[in-house]
Ligand binder design. Structure first.
Ligand code: KDG
Length: 361
């Protein structure tokens, strides 16, 4: 199924490449022409605008415009537009306005959108190694997670994306995920039995919730709120900033701070668009992605610390687990690591585990 989907995307991308041979990306050409027309209408002497010099980056995400992910995009927009002297314009879209994570990734591959920033979970359709980040209770803290992601092991995965018509620019932070639900307080793995939980579209997440006895349903983020509201699912799991800023308290009563997985965002660009960017602008985009990454992680960290209290103010019961209670969740889901190790690639998993151990000393 995964292979079939990949072939369809490859075929479509080939068709687009053949059809577009020797042409500019249409939307980006239109931007230049619009700007030319505006200049010609004014009384000032027309400024010659070379259509090759203006580029439009449409960046779309699933979360809303209050989320640190969107703030990161705002930082990047400011940097890239300033440093390029206006040769690049960034337009930002939130709340799945351009589609869900999988749809936007496919739009990048076809060259009909320039940038998106999914969680790493839906990326596993392209490279199984991304599943390593979905293994439960892997990273002991976010500093170590960032160091592994920004180091050679994380970079290796970003570099591999070019085979899938994508450019991996950087890892941003989604954060430690926690379980919410509308039925009861969760303190032990047994409490999860029979609960209908929305997960991201990813095998490791499904397996994790199955080993807790829950009933997991994969679903795009954009459909989640309504699914909780209508009782299609009892609960879900996401980091604190998302639970708070997407107002999940309106449809969920309980949060348990399980922190069962650290979820990175992967900042992606369309390779078709990237290949048409002059080298100086490529450098500005790459640098902007890293400048914004550092700022985005800072904002996300601050929100994470502050907003646990916010969830209580929104009326949720927030349950913190003792080390012993947390260990019960770890023990119940240990089998997930063994089950997926071969599929991910034993060598890659071992390298990540060794790196975590080295950084933990
Ligand atoms: O903008 C990113 C979101 O679309 C998504 O990745 C958020 O963690 C997420 C989820 O639960 O789908």
């Amino acid at each position: 199924m995964k292979k079939l989907r990949r072939y369809v995307v490859l075929l479509l991308a080939l068709m687009v490449l053949v059809a577009g041979c020797g042409k500019e990306v249409p939307e980006n050409k239109e931007v230049s022409e619009t700007k030319e027309a505006v200049t010609e209408e004014s009384n000032e002497a027309p400024v010659a605008v070379n259509s090759d010099e203006k580029f439009l980056i449409r960046a779309g995400i699933g979360l809303n415009d209050q989320h640190p992910q969107f703030k990161g995009l705002e930082v990047m927009k400011e940097y890239v537009e300033r440093e390029s002297g206006g040769r690049i314009e960034m337009q930002l879209f939130h709340s799945s306005q351009l589609g869900d994570d999988v749809q936007m990734i496919e739009a990048l591959q076809l060259g009909s959108q320039e940038m998106t920033c999914p969680s790493s979970a839906p990326m596993t359709g392209m490279d199984n190694r991304f599943m390593v980040f979905d293994l439960p209770f892997l990273f002991p803290n976010s500093e170590i997670a960032s160091a592994v992601l920004d180091g050679p092991l994380g970079q290796e995965l970003l570099d591999g994306l070019s085979d899938n018509f994508l450019v991996g620019l950087a890892y941003w932070e989604n954060g430690y995920r926690h379980i919410t639900n509308s039925v009861k307080e969760i303190k032990a793995p047994e409490d999860m039995k029979g609960l209908k939980i929305r997960t991201m579209e990813n095998q490791v997440h499904l397996d994790f919730f199955k080993s807790l006895g829950a009933n997991p349903t994969p679903m795009p983020f954009g459909e989640l709120f309504t699914a909780m509201q209508q009782g299609v699912v009892d609960g879900q799991e996401n980091p604190v900033p998302t639970i708070y800023l997407q107002n999940f308290a309106e449809v969920q009563d309980y949060t348990t701070l399980t922190g069962h997985v650290y979820s990175p965002f992967v900042l992606l660009m369309s390779k078709k668009f990237w290949d048409g960017l002059p080298a100086d602008l490529q450098a500005i985009v790459q640098e902007g992605a890293l400048v914004a990454r550092d700022e985005q992680r800072k904002i996300n960290g601050a929100y994470t610390d502050e907003l646990v209290a916010g969830l209580r103010e929104q009326g949720m019961t927030v349950t913190e687990l003792s080390n012993e209670e947390l260990k019960a969740f770890q023990d119940a889901t240990k089998s997930t690591i063994d089950k997926f190790k071969v599929e991910i690639g034993s060598d890659y998993v071992d390298s990540v585990l060794e790196e975590i151990e080295r950084l933990s000393k």
